[in-house]
Write a protein that binds this ligand. Structure first.
Ligand SMILES: [Cu+2]
Length: 128
């Protein structure tokens, strides 16, 4: 349930929408008494609801599909959970599928979030 919820937020990109989905899921979770999920959801929520609004610019320097890793020369990053200046560095991606169409040299817009202490690319879109 957590995974599909995160995907939905990433796709819809509207924080208001995300809050509504969150409210529904939370109610549902409480109805299914005994499911211990409220604390986890509450921690995750602020980052997810804001991530779509904080895209950064980057240029792809390397793609490592096997290890779900991408190297980006990036501009300033300021997402809900990650902030850093411009540099070239590699990031793990949240889902392998994010790398399916991207090539070295592509310009991208992306979002990085702190997932379990690691700056991870959660949204990646290729700019034409
Ligand atoms: Cu960096």
């Amino acid at each position: 349930m957590k995974k599909s919820f995160l995907n939905l937020v990433a796709v819809c990109g509207f924080s208001l929408m995300a809050v509504n989905v969150y409210a529904d899921q939370r109610t549902m979770g409480m109805d299914m008494a005994g499911m211990k999920m409220d604390g986890m959801k509450m921690d995750k929520m602020p980052a997810d609801s804001m991530s779509a609004m904080s895209l950064s610019d980057g240029v792809v320097k390397a793609v490592d599909k096997e290890n779900s890793n991408i190297t980006l020369k990036h501009g300033r990053i300021k997402s809900a959970t990650v902030e850093m200046g411009p540099m070239t560095m590699s990031f793990p991606v949240k889902e392998k599928a994010l790398l399916s169409n991207v090539k070295v040299g592509d310009k991208v817009k992306f979002t990085v979030e702190n997932i379990d202490g690691t700056a991870t690319v959660t949204i990646l879109s290729i700019q034409k």
